[in-house]
Design a protein. Structure first.
Length: 201
């Protein structure tokens, strides 16, 4: 009787700690056998494990895509410019975000205009007749980016430096990023946004 009582106590302890079913039986020598799984010796279910409801996995909200931050009216123009001039749409997005934060009426103290902050001379050089028109602005800015990429051998850092400071300044610096505080901050900022946009677009 004591052996049975001891066995039951052990069974309760095992089941409580492990949360598993306990099977019992007698060995060939007549000893009580306890097991967490059924076999030829322990084939009588002594304690049934408590059924635990499956834990519902909490879905983390998806990170909003980069495109969700873009005024939808500009998306067709950006895609058109990307396809026309073979400039990654993520790069166009990054430049616009840094240049104007998607404000088509942005105007800088130096006279840069619109979404991609085109200087009047640059706009005229690349065939723009109205920098305040979002489509024209995006197409012209992207065309300029394409030209810069080709001019600087697809070097993205020099392309962005030239977009900010002018290709002449980059050439005068020995085909390096000019030592202008604004340009030195501008290039990594655009690159950071561009790399993020590539993952989310």
């Amino acid at each position: 009787m004591k052996r049975v009582l001891l066995a039951c106590c052990l069974c309760g302890l095992v089941a409580q700690q492990a949360g598993a079913q306990v099977y019992t039986g007698l060995s060939a020598e007549g000893s009580i056998v306890l097991s967490s799984h059924e076999d030829d010796t322990a084939n009588t279910l002594l304690i049934e494990a408590e059924k635990i409801a499956p834990v519902a996995l909490t879905r983390m909200p998806a990170e909003p895509t980069f495109l969700a931050k873009v005024p939808p009216g500009f998306l067709p123009f950006i895609e058109e410019a990307s396809a026309t001039y073979q400039v990654p749409s993520a790069l166009i997005h990054a430049v616009i975000l840094v240049e104007s934060n998607y404000n088509p009426r942005a105007y800088s103290p130096k006279g840069a205009q619109g979404l991609m902050q085109l200087m009047p001379a640059t706009a005229k050089r690349f065939g723009n007749t109205n920098s305040w028109d979002p489509r024209q602005n995006i197409l012209t800015g992207s065309k300029y980016l394409r030209w810069l990429l080709d001019y600087f051998g697809q070097d993205l850092e020099l392309t962005l430096a030239a977009y900010n400071a002018g290709e002449g300044a980059v050439m005068q610096a020995g085909r390096k990023i000019p030592r202008f505080s604004e340009t030195e901050k501008y290039v990594p900022k655009v690159l950071s946004i561009y790399n993020k946009a590539k993952r989310l677009t």
